[in-house]
Design a protein around this ligand. Sequence first.
Ligand SMILES: [Zn+2]
Length: 246
Amino acid sequence: MIFKKAFKYLLTPPKTEESLFNQFAGAKRWIFNRALAQRKEGWEKEKKSITLFSQNDELVLLKKQENLAWLAKIHSQVLQQALNDVDRAFLNFFNGLRNKTNVGYPRFNRYKARKKLNLLHCHLKNLRLDFFYKLALEIVKNHDIIGVEKMNVKGMLQGLRTLARAISDAGWGMFLNCLKNKAEEYGKTLYEVSSLLGSTRLCSNCGRKQTLGLGQREYICECGQSIDRDLNAAINIKNLAVGASV
Ligand SMILES: [Zn+2]
């Protein structure tokens, strides 16, 4: 079996380089906003179309101005790319008008703030994924048979609001996928027990069934068993997984 793996790396530049990256980003944002304002005003006030060519020419002059000397310290390609981005944004906008597709008017790249937020979400997702894969690896390395309850995560997310949020935050579906991948990679057996089993309701000692409320943490049975509800459910799932694998 062939497995395809992807690796993601976090760049941690030295402080001096990090500061340089921030300077580049700030200068690029400044040039982008300036170029966009110039084009907007040019059209609104004089019905004049300002081209990428003319803005590139002006950039050379800007870098020579005494009050903008800081621009000369930024790599020229960084600033030129900002102008290219503005040009591309307008091109996409006008193409959108022609093709009747919904492409918005170029914005003062607010867009950057959204992008920053998306990056933060992406970072959190990667942290969570990293934790899930490490946990899955530990489980898979130490067990030959793994039993999990097949949960209708999508359906549960549409259920009680507070419960749905907890399920979503915990990322159960994501963890189960990690576990499946690792089990397959290491040739271990992952058995998904049907949720119809009612692992929470079933006594893992005698097999009797009873209904437990969500807040009831202990399973107490007529047979004398008194056990944590999650541990009781886990034993039921383990028994079924082991039985099915023999
Ligand atoms: Zn019992």
